[in-house]
Design a protein around this ligand. Structure first.
Ligand SMILES: Nc1ncnc2c1ncn2[C@@H]1O[C@H](COP(=O)(O)OP(=O)(O)OP(=O)(O)O)[C@@H](O)[C@H]1O
Ligand SMILES: [Mg+2]
Length: 356
């Protein structure tokens, strides 16, 4: 094979090449001072050159990585290459992000220096996380579908016999009522699980009026709101807002969200529901003045079976997030402990889907 002669390396400006690299690069001297930093590095840490050179590197690393990074840099000073390692770093505005970094020794006329190469792998990490989440969900779905199938038939039988017993044993009516309530609860969990397990075919979607759906859901919760003395603010729109959806599923979303809002309220509970529309989307805000949520709970909503309630399953939001995702919508949460919570649901309008 003929090898084409390469150009004389002296005519290449390596500084320009590194400067244009898609990887972040910087060079440290023996006093741990940054003596060179490329454009990409300033871009991912979101800093000016002066700032990056001035601040100690520690500032950009999370504390748990300080020691290991110190060891890796000193290994590089003694001539070893510290291979790629995943870690977390901090941008100048405090945002934590994922990187992978490598340190290698650099022999210069001024002595040994260390060349650090960094890649921002936040997107890759996010994609990995989503994939794991999707796999988890589909596995849960398969298991759930099997269980629900087995559970439903015996439940119907139990329910039927409880009705019969209620007629025959008047004295035990109260116990039978409790048993029926418990059966209803098992049925609810089974139904929730089924919502998780059935990925919806778009062919089952119909054009539905979201205003009507929300109306129906409010009607379902009216007694509960009254019993707990919760004020509900809802200005029904006369206009119809059409979304392409499976009605029972979208109903389930608002049943779950309103149930959570009701359960979060203490005395003087207030819940408001607002619907607004722009050219492409409808946005539904459900706001309560209840107990609110701590930050660590908000971060994982919809991805874990977490519940803070004695009788909760933690399934409600998991189902909710899943349904909204299947309808190409999004959910945002704003919550403050002791103040309240707002769930903001955005769903694409039917016209928007048709015009695609
Ligand atoms: N509006 C809200 N205000 C305060 N906390 C909330 C609100 N909505 C959800 N949460 C918190 O999120 C957790 C998970 O909610 P999710 O609906 O998934 O389960 P759950 O309500 O506990 O149980 P289930 O819905 O099965 O009855 C709740 O236990 C609660 O701590
Ligand atoms: Mg709930």
């Amino acid at each position: 094979m003929e090898i084409r002669e390469t150009v004389n390396e002296e005519i290449l400006n390596f500084k320009d090449i590194v400067d244009a690299s898609l990887n972040a690069n910087f060079i440290l001297d023996q006093n741990d001072h940054v003596v060179y930093v490329n454009r990409k590095c300033l871009e991912i840490f979101n800093v000016s050159k002066e700032e990056f050179v001035e601040k100690r590197l520690k500032y950009y690393l999370l504390p748990e990585y300080h020691e290991i990074c110190r060891q890796r840099v000193s290994a590089a000073f003694s001539g070893q290459v510290a291979e790629l390692m995943e870690q977390k770093a901090r941008r100048s505005d405090g945002e934590v992000f994922h990187i992978e970094a490598m340190c290698s020794p650099l022999l210069t006329k001024a002595g040994v220096m260390v060349h650090v190469t960094i890649r921002d792998i936040t997107n890759r990490k996010r994609a990995e996380h989503n994939l794991i989440q999707a796999e988890k969900l589909s596995m849960i779905g398969e298991v759930a579908a099997g269980i629900v199938h087995e559970i439903r038939n015996p439940l119907t039988t139990i329910n039927g016999f409880l009705d019969l017993m209620k007629m025959q044993y008047q004295g035990s009516a109260r116990y039978i009522e409790i048993m029926k309530d418990e059966v209803k609860r098992i049925e609810k969990i089974a139904n929730d699980l089924l919502h998780l397990s059935k990925p919806k075919e778009e062919s089952e979607f119909r054009s539905e009026n979201i205003v009507g759906i929300i109306h129906d859901v409010i009607f379902l919760w009216e007694t509960e709101l009254f019993k707990r003395g919760i004020q509900l603010e809802f200005q029904p729109l006369s206009e119809q807002i059409k979304i392409l959806c499976e009605k029972t599923q979208v109903q389930q979303v608002f049943i779950n969200l309103l149930k959570n809002a009701i359960e979060a309220c203490n005395q003087n509970g207030e819940i408001s529901i607002h619907i607004e529309k722009n050219e492409a989307n409808v946005r539904i805000l459900i706001k309560d003045n209840g107990i609110g949520m701590p930050v660590d709970l908000i971060d994982n909503l919809g991805a874990s079976f977490r519940t803070t309630k004695a009788n909760g399953t933690g399934l409600g939001l998991m189902v909710t997030y899943n349904i909204i995702k299947q309808h190409q919508g999004t959910i945002e949460v704003i919550s403050e402990e002791g103040k309240g919570t707002t769930f903001l649901i955005t769903l694409p309008l039917d016209e928007a889907i048709e015009n695609e």
